[in-house]
Design a protein around this ligand. Sequence first.
Ligand code: AMP
Ligand code: MG
Length: 342
Amino acid sequence: MQTKILRVNPRNPSISQIRQAAKKIRSGNVVAFPTETVYGLGANALDSKSVRKIFAAKGRPSDNPLIVHIFDIAEIGILADNIPNMAYDLMERFWPGPLTLVLKKSKIVPKIVTGGLDTVAIRMPKNKIAQAIIREASVPVAAPSANVAGRPSPTMAKHVREDLAGKISLIIDGGPTKIGIESTVVDLSKKTPMLLRPGSVTLEQLQEIVGAVKIHPIIFGKKTNTIHRSPGMKYRHYSPSAKIILVEGTKAKQKISQLLHQYKSQGMRVGILSMEKSHTKSDLTRFIGSNPDTIAANLFKSFREFDEKKIDIILAQGISQKGLGLGIMNRLGKAAYKKIRA
Ligand code: AMP
Ligand code: MG
């Protein structure tokens, strides 16, 4: 399959380009497009055959559910049942934006979208291109991240091309995504809301609106025997081919220098993922920023850069889990081959 890449102006998308993408979705095909979080791979959420193409292109396990993207808040009533008031409070505050709500699914949502669950994840994106495509498609659009399963989520059209060229027919290139990590996911299908995936809408912001929020133990890297409320969480994610070693604690810096020398002396190519301006020399040191917004925006891109430079080991120092830090540390933790406390 030929993969066409269409450059679209993110501030003022041309309607004829948007219609090309929407037409593909309406006719049962998949299209990759930017959202404010990462690039998504979208298909008509109400059509099982279309949605199956997403799973096939990504090589995604069938029990890992998709997020349904909407343009108009009214669609929520079609996709979900028993919507609690809390959901409306959160929508009012954070939509359009990087917050996904898990609600009881309605009959209309095919099981393939929800990985067999009786709940559906819904989000209204803020990115203008995403909004216009969903509006013109005039169907809800199921869209997971547009990467091959297990690879880091794409934050640029070229990442989508690296993973999916030949497997999908259209990539909409709207430049780099703003946020860089996937949406916050909160489950509202039970009495107390539960954070299933941290993101740029922070735990603290959610608590301000709804009060108590439980945190799924897996976010802190704990192994649980209980049934996963979010099946996607059990899969190793976001990983570059290089092995990430995540070092935390007061002696993290010293430990990183020691590991750098140790692995170098074993003949390995060692990279450093740096979140402080003072760099340590390595085969590839990538400074990805010192504030959480910049770190999130550059994180997945840097994973791919380490792979391009054939790095074997990536040493990364942990950051505070406050605010967006929780989402960043969650992605680093899931990508990590090993975590060390020093
Ligand atoms: P992705 O868009 O690739 O980041 O994947 C979407 C993620 O949203 C999944 O891996 C799940 O963690 C989460 N998700 C989607 N639908 C549900 C649902 N019904 N219940 C819980 N989590 C969900
Ligand atoms: Mg994903």
